[in-house]
Design a protein around this ligand. Sequence first.
Ligand SMILES: CC(=O)SCCNC(=O)CCNC(=O)[C@H](O)C(C)(C)COP(=O)(O)OP(=O)(O)OC[C@H]1O[C@@H](n2cnc3c(N)ncnc32)[C@H](O)[C@@H]1OP(=O)(O)O
Ligand SMILES: O=C([O-])CC(=O)C(=O)O
Length: 374
Amino acid sequence: MTDTAVPTTFKGLAGVVVDTTAISKVVPETNSLTYRGYAVQDLAAHCSFEQVAYLLWNGELPTDAELTLFMQRERAERRADRSLLGLVAKLPESCHPMDVVRTAISYLGAEDPAEADASPTANRAKSLRMMAVLPTIVAADHRRRRGLDPVAPHHSLGFAENFLNMCFGKVPDAEIVKAFEVSLILYAEHSFNASTFAARVVTSTMSDIYSAVTAAIGALKGPLHGGANEAVMHDMLEIGEPDRAEEWMRGKLARKEKVMGFGHRVYKHGDSRVPTMKEAFRDVAAHTDGEKWVRMYDILEKTMGDATGIKPNLDFPTGPAYYLMGFDIEVFTPIFVMSRITGWTAHIIEQSESNALIRPLSEYTGVPQRSVVA
Ligand SMILES: CC(=O)SCCNC(=O)CCNC(=O)[C@H](O)C(C)(C)COP(=O)(O)OP(=O)(O)OC[C@H]1O[C@@H](n2cnc3c(N)ncnc32)[C@H](O)[C@@H]1OP(=O)(O)O
Ligand SMILES: O=C([O-])CC(=O)C(=O)O
């Protein structure tokens, strides 16, 4: 068959089932999301991010002994060596922090003498290394842009607490740590979204895990995907006050402009993760005197819902929650990377274990065949 023989096209692969996966299940009809069979709300309420990472990579939640060992390994891998920190420090501050993250992963691949080893054991070890060291890079870059020296990772702190400590030089109150950890758990995995699919495409060529993660970071950066959490906060700051929100939203809709943080390719009746993240956002707002952003959220949600029926996605509550936690806006999507790297790498391992080159067909719509006139 040639490319021209394809009878139908599937723009954006909408509605196409490309392969099977045992990692997560999204059911839009019931607004449900499970990781390895566990409801994401259940995981957010009862587990740490480390437990969820272990679950995604190994298929089961860890026993106490397995978790202890896993946490020891993760903590031992947090330190970024001088050359990696030096490389990050050389990148222009005008670049987006997602460029820093993408470059850091690429560097980790270049310095790994076993880069090409794609066995599940090697890939799990590399995944743990990337998960452990990325927060150190993201936090160092965040502080650099504020003119501050990096804070070294702290081995007695959990993953979420340690990152917050490296960013702000202290561990914030428990309510903030909990809300942040909930966001990491909700962001960790979401079946064949664009960035995960990009990682699987690269893996399908038998390329290495660092190249696949680098591609995924590139895909996540875009505002139609992970970049939306930053865009949401830029919009909210532009609106400024809740009493301007309804007029702002009506103007966007009248001009037929997309509103970031709303809509989803798969969920059409609401994103399964939003109620949990909205609750976390409310907790952060109550703790930081940020109630005006909750009022603005509610007005934007209602105005959009009444006018179009389109609901918020996970990036909508996460954007203002991260802002109130004290992060600079450009660090929101790198935080998404710190979490989603667990899901991406679980998919990379799954793809490697049951591989077929991903190469769809296309329908040619260009000019008919012709000859070169000399
Ligand atoms: C973690 C995540 O990645 S979640 C997604 C984050 N992305 C965003 O928030 C970006 C804003 N949202 C969007 O652009 C879209 O909703 C997407 C890309 C996420 C999903 O889009 P699709 O499933 O392809 O739906 P599509 O873009 O075709 O929209 C269908 C209709 O709803 C409208 N629509 C969808 N989302 C929005 C939105 N955010 N604002 C305004 N209108 C919207 C479209 O304009 C379109 O209207 P039309 O039929 O009159 O042309
Ligand atoms: O599934 C998608 O298309 C986007 C999304 O919500 C995610 O990646 O978390």
